[in-house]
Ligand binder design. Structure first.
Ligand SMILES: [Zn+2]
Length: 385
């Protein structure tokens, strides 16, 4: 890499977040009028990484191969490029992910541009402006908290539900008035971030808490811990109820898949401890051979499917050959409840009041030294009180 390019990258990275747009790729096709690589320029490329040779293989349309020794990362720059079917402009990084033996596509982005693709993907643009503003602050703080906490990743946030969804198309297809509303939600909260002391607050959020939010420690054994609280705003009666039935055999299989322990037939299921918010912490499975196993409800939800078991706020009913889960709410229940914040905004509450309600021990502050602040987060030199 030339000195000029490395200087350019280090300066700009300090003002941008590193978004992982794609992962687990074996090769990445790039199409643009002018793709700039350190070796020169090209128009259409397919980029792969050769593990035995420890180098990137860059094939152009005529199959004339360029190759570069550039260790684990390959940088390129292109305007109006089509990368793996997505229209993108700017600088990109392809990173060889040793663990997964595949390529990750990293896109450095200005944080507010990133939020344009996050906000309409995470909350309907038709919802009240103050709810969208609360979501904008939560999403902005979330990415900064990830930046602050991650030391082992080559990106700050993934573009999927693994972190928060980024989907530029969701913004592009909106009618003009809703585009304006999304822009307003971001601009009117532009420098606002939630903190606890000097640390950026880990602003988890979810669709609907079902009447009581949850402590993050109880969901992920997270280093962040705060008590959940009663939420009178999202309770819309039956609308939040859900039910899911599964055969007992499938449940036993899901347990076996999750734990690699295949015990056989389940004869009884008993609800275990509940958390303060009323969520199921675990359940007990009784097997035919007399063995009893405790199964974490978080793992159960993951194994059976997050959209089938919509929350851990459930009760279990065992029938002859099936087991029924009846629950309330949707999502992990930690932090901001989106349906509740919609209701608060409809009742005339400001975004700051919504944030204060769902993150009671956080402080909303404006960050004015933005590039310096991002650089500190990336270098992990932000002083922690
Ligand atoms: Zn709620």
């Amino acid at each position: 890499m030339s000195l000029f390019l490395s200087l350019l990258v280090s300066i700009s990275m300090a003002q941008e977040i590193r978004l992982r747009l794609l992962h687990h790729q074996k090769s990445i096709p790039v199409l643009a009028e002018n793709i700039q690589l350190s070796e020169g320029t090209a128009q259409a490329l397919t980029i792969t990484y050769s593990e035995p040779q420890k180098k990137w293989l860059v094939l152009n349309q005529k199959n004339n191969g360029l190759s570069t020794e550039a260790a684990k990362t390959l940088e390129l720059k292109a305007e109006n490029a089509i990368i793996h079917g997505r229209k993108l402009s700017g600088k990109f990084k392809l990173v060889w992910n040793e663990k997964n033996k595949s390529i990750d596509l990293i896109y450095p982005m200005d944080i507010d541009k990133y939020l344009l693709g996050v906000l309409p993907a995470e909350m309907p643009a038709s919802w009240p402006l103050e709810a969208l503003k609360a979501q904008a602050v939560a999403s902005r703080s979330y990415v900064l908290a990830q930046m602050q906490g991650q030391t082992h990743r080559h990106f700050d946030v993934d573009s999927s539900v693994m972190d928060q969804v980024f989907n530029k198309k969701k913004f592009e297809v909106l009618p003009a008035n809703l585009k304006e509303k999304i822009r307003a939600a971001i601009l009117q909260t532009q420098k606002e971030v939630l903190f606890k002391g000097n640390r950026v607050y880990k602003t988890y959020f979810h669709a609907r808490c079902g009447g009581h939010t949850e402590n993050p420690k109880l969901v992920w054994n997270d280093s962040w811990s705060w008590n959940g609280k009663k939420d009178p705003y999202c309770d819309l009666g039956n609308a939040q109820n859900w039910a899911y039935s599964i055969s007992i055999d499938s449940l036993a299989q899901a347990y076996a898949d999750d734990t690699n322990e295949n015990i056989g037939t389940i004869t009884k299921i008993v609800a275990g401890k509940k958390t303060n918010s009323g969520r199921s912490d675990h359940i007990f499975l009784f097997f035919e051979d007399g063995r009893i196993r405790k199964w974490s409800s978080q793992n159960l939800r993951k194994s059976i499917g997050f959209s089938n078991i919509k929350s851990t706020l459930f009760n279990i009913v065992l029938n002859k050959e099936t087991v029924s889960f009846r629950g309330k709410g949707f999502g992990h229940g930690v932090g901001l409840c989106q349906f509740g914040s919609r209701q608060m905004a409809s009742l005339g509450k400001k975004h700051s009041e919504i944030l204060e309600f769902y993150y009671p021990d956080a402080q909303l502050r404006s960050v004015f030294q933005w590039p310096a602040f991002l650089a500190k987060l990336q270098e992990k030199t932000l002083q922690v009180k």
